[in-house]
Ligand binder design. Structure first.
Ligand SMILES: Cc1cc2nc3c(=O)[nH]c(=O)nc-3n(C[C@H](O)[C@H](O)[C@H](O)COP(=O)(O)O)c2cc1C
Length: 199
């Protein structure tokens, strides 16, 4: 099989698109960058083509500080409370479902998140998808209207940590928890291809 160069580049982009949880606070993400990332979602597939997802851009230091306390980081790191003040994201996108249009969004949310995180990576940014957050408090902090139901928060900024992919041993009960080594590197175990293919 001949593997096209475009496929190799695409694979590298996906492979290098790791969740980042420590950021360089001196690099601000601009509203223009956020708009460009949101624009990518226009081209995503959408169940029933309803396109019911909306985005609240958060990029001022004040709004970032208002949102941060309502987010939970790295559930497997029991002794780490998330990025310190010197490591926090400089922007967020809060993905919301417009309940005037639909009561669910099927898998549109995940398709959008993949498009946005890959796009962010091509802009030189790191990102982290966050589902563990206090929805009511986040909505209050950002004065979201009642019909905008937050589904995910996407943290964004310039990466200030190194992330390595590791391979698991190919057994279903393998340990898939990410871990930080003493050098501060965040390691993410991924299952091998053969385990993903049903015989
Ligand atoms: C649906 C979903 C929800 C997630 N929620 C959180 C979260 O609440 N907090 C967090 O720190 N990371 C969260 N993550 C990031 C995962 O922990 C991360 O994707 C996983 O550890 C694998 O690392 P990788 O993204 O570098 O492959 C979430 C990822 C996904 C896809």
């Amino acid at each position: 099989m001949i593997i096209e160069e475009s496929f190799i580049r695409f694979r590298s982009l996906i492979r290098d698109n790791r969740s980042i949880r420590r950021f360089d606070p001196t690099v601000r993400v601009t509203p223009e960058m956020l708009r460009a990332l949101i624009e990518l979602t226009r081209y995503c597939a959408s169940g029933r083509n309803l396109q019911p997802l909306r985005y609240r851009m958060v990029c001022t230091p004040e709004e970032c500080a208002a949102l941060f306390p309502h987010l939970l980081w790295a559930g497997y790191y029991k002794d780490w409370g998330g990025p310190s003040e010197e490591e926090r994201p400089t922007a967020y996108l809060v993905q919301c479902l417009d309940t005037r249009l639909a009561s669910d969004c099927l898998c549109d949310d995940g398709l959008h998140l993949e498009a946005i995180t890959l796009g962010a990576r091509t802009l030189g940014l790191g990102s982290c998808i966050i589902k563990a957050f206090n929805v009511a408090e986040a909505a209050k902090a950002l004065h979201l209207p009642e019909h905008m139901k937050p589904r995910y928060v996407l943290a964004l900024g310039a990466a200030a940590e190194q992330v390595n992919l590791t391979a698991t041993d190919g057994t279903p009960d393998t340990d898939i928890r990410y871990y930080r080594t003493p050098d501060g590197i965040h390691n993410v175990p991924k299952r091998p291809l053969e385990e993903l293919i049903i015989d």
